[in-house]
Design a protein around this ligand. Structure first.
Ligand SMILES: Nc1nc2c(ncn2[C@@H]2O[C@H](COP(=O)(O)OP(=O)(O)OP(=O)(O)O)[C@@H](O)[C@H]2O)c(=O)[nH]1
Ligand SMILES: [Mg+2]
Length: 443
C-alpha cells in the first residue's frame, strides 16, 4: 500500500546529545535533502553536508540515503545527522517541513514499514517493546520477536490450520467422495496436533507478555508481620517505613525492581485487620484492590505469632491469583514447621530464605521454561490466540462428533482469521491506528 506524502521527525530522544537525527521517509525525501544540502546523496554512503534553508546555515552534519525498497519503511529514506540540541534539531525539522515534508505521527515510520510488508505487526510491536524495555531480559525477548521468532511460530500454526481447512473444504465440495470425518484418523491427529501447538504457543505468549509488561507483585498480611521489611529487601533500600507500631504503612507503596531480569512492580500495602481508624480503613481498601490486580500475591504471616489465626483472618480475601505464603520472622523460631511448595520460611531481618523466595517467584513467572528463549508478546496477541483456541476447540468437538463439515469449516475459518490478526494479515484500520499511536514519534 503506497503512502503518498513524505513524513519527517526527530528520531533521537528529546534533550541534549552529541548527535541528533532527523528521519525523512517518502517520495520527496531525496528532493528535500537536495534542497537543504545542495547535494545529491549516494545510496548507503555517509556524506558530509551543510544544511542551509533560505540562505541561512542551520547546521552541518552527515547525510544517509536509503533508496526504496531497501529501507526501514520500504520508501526512500533520508537521515540527516546534525548536532543533538533541541533547538537546532527543531530548526532543521522545520526546514525539512518547509521543503515539503509533514511532521510524522507517533509510530508512523513503523506503520509504513508494516504497510509496505517490510515487517509484520508482531515485529512492529516488538520495535516499540524493544525501545521501552526496562530490563535486559525484556529487551532480548523483544529482539527475538523482532527477528521473527513469534511470527514464525504463528506462521507454522497457520500453515497447519490452512492444511486442515483445505481438506475439510474439499470434503464438503466433493461429497460424492464420501469422506468420513471420523474414519480419517490422520486428519484427527492433525487436528489434535494443531490444538496442542496452539496451546503451547499461547503459554509462551503469556510468558512473553509478562516479560514485556512486567509482573505486579502485591505484599499483603496483617499489621506488623514484616511486609514493609520484605519490600525493603526486594528494593535493597529503605523504601517503606518499618516500625514495631502496628499500622505503620497506611498507603500503597510501589517500587519498580527486577528479579533476575524480569521487570517487577512490587507493592507494599497497609496491614489488613478490623479498625475504626478512617485512614487505615482507606489503606485496607486499597490493599484489597491490589489483591485483585496483582499477578502474584505474597501473603506474609508472622511465624512467631499464631499462624493459623492469621491465615484464618486473611481467608476471606479474594486470593484468586498465584499466591506464595511467606512465614516471616523465622529467626524467632526454634523449630520450623514443614511447608508445602507454595509456602516459605524467611526472615526479613537476617535475609534467611530470601533468595529461595526470589527463586519461587521466578518459577511461578517462568512456568513455561526457558526465559532465555522467550519472545515478547502483548495482551492483544494473547486475546487473539485465545479466540483462535476457542474456535479450534469447537471445530475439534464437531469434527470428533462427526457433525456437518460446514460447521467444522466455519470454526476453522474463524480460527484462521483470529490467528492472522496476530501478525496483521487481517487487520482493520482502526486497530492499526490504535497500535501505532502508542509508539514514540520518529519510530
Ligand atoms: N525478628 C524479626 N523482626 C522482624 C522481621 N521482619 C520485620 N520485623 C520487625 O517487625 C516489625 C514490623 O515490621 P514492618 O515491616 O513495619 O511490618 P508491616 O507488616 O509492614 O507492618 P504495618 O505496616 O504496620 O502493617 C518491625 O519492628 C520489624 O523490625 C523478621 O524477619 N524478624
Ligand atoms: Mg508496613
Amino acid at each position: 500500500m503506497k503512502q503518498h506524502d513524505t513524513i519527517a521527525a526527530i528520531a533521537t530522544a528529546p534533550g541534549v546529545g552529541g548527535v541528533g537525527i532527523i528521519r525523512i521517509s517518502g517520495d520527496r525525501a531525496l528532493e528535500i535533502c537536495t534542497k537543504l544540502s545542495n547535494k545529491m546523496p549516494k545510496p548507503r554512503l555517509a556524506q558530509y553536508a551543510r544544511f542551509v534553508h533560505q540562505g541561512q546555515l542551520i547546521d552541518e552534519g552527515i547525510i544517509l540515503y536509503f533508496p526504496n525498497p531497501h529501507s526501514f519503511t520500504g520508501e526512500d529514506v533520508i537521515e540527516l545527522q546534525g548536532h543533538g540540541g533541541p533547538v537546532v534539531m527543531n530548526m532543521l525539522l522545520q526546514a525539512v517541513i518547509a521543503c515539503g515534508a509533514r511532521q510524522a505521527q507517533a509510530g508512523e515510520f513503523s506503520q509504513r514499514a508494516f504497510l509496505n510488508d517490510k515487517i509484520d505487526l508482531v515485529q512492529a510491536e516488538a520495535i516499540a517493546d524493544l525501545i521501552s524495555s526496562s530490563t535486559e531480559q525484556a529487551a532480548k525477548a523483544a529482539q527475538r520477536s523482532l527477528q521473527g521468532d513469534f511470527s514464525n511460530k504463528v506462521a507454522q500454526i497457520l500453515k497447519q490450520l490452512i492444511g486442515l481447512r483445505v481438506w475439510i473444504e474439499a470434503a464438503i465440495d466433493f461429497p460424492e467422495e464420501e469422506i468420513d470425518f471420523l474414519a480419517d484418523i490422520a486428519q484427527q491427529q492433525k487436528m489434535q496436533d494443531l490444538h496442542q501447538s496452539l496451546k503451547n504457543l499461547l503459554a509462551q505468549a503469556q510468558q512473553g507478555e509478562l516479560l514485556n509488561k512486567g509482573v505486579m507483585i502485591g505484599i499483603v498480611g496483617q499489621p506488623n508481620v514484616g511486609k514493609s521489611s520484605l519490600l525493603n529487601l526486594f528494593t535493597r533500600n529503605e523504601t517503606a517505613i518499618v516500625s514495631d507500631i502496628a499500622g505503620t504503612t497506611r498507603d500503597v507503596v510501589k517500587e519498580n525492581i527486577n528479579i533476575h531480569g524480569i521487570p517487577v512492580l512490587i507493592i507494599d500495602t497497609a496491614g489488613i485487620h478490623i479498625t475504626e481508624d478512617k485512614v487505615e480503613q482507606e489503606g485496607i481498601k486499597r490493599a484489597k484492590k491490589i489483591l485483585q490486580q496483582a499477578d502474584i500475591i505474597l501473603q506474609v504471616i508472622d511465624s512467631s505469632q499464631d499462624t493459623e489465626k492469621q491465615k484464618q483472618n486473611l481467608s476471606d480475601l479474594p486470593f484468586s491469583k498465584r499466591k506464595i505464603t511467606v512465614y516471616n520472622k523465622a529467626d524467632l523460631l526454634t523449630e520450623q514447621q514443614k511447608l508445602d511448595d507454595s509456602e516459605i520460611h524467611i526472615s526479613a531481618k537476617t535475609k534467611q530464605g530470601f533468595e529461595e523466595l526470589e527463586n519461587k517467584i521466578l518459577q511461578m513467572i517462568n512456568s513455561q521454561g526457558d526465559i532465555e528463549s522467550s519472545f515478547s508478546a502483548r495482551s492483544r496477541h494473547i486475546t487473539q490466540l485465545q479466540k483462535t483456541l476457542e474456535n479450534l476447540a469447537i471445530a475439534e468437538y464437531n469434527f470428533l462428533n462427526n457433525q456437518a463439515g460446514e460447521l467444522v469449516a466455519e470454526d476453522l475459518r474463524q480460527a484462521q482469521e483470529h490467528l492472522s490478526q496476530v501478525t496483521g494479515d487481517f487487520t482493520s484500520d482502526d486497530l492499526l491506528g490504535e497500535i501505532f499511536s502508542s509508539f514514540c514519534i520518529g519510530k
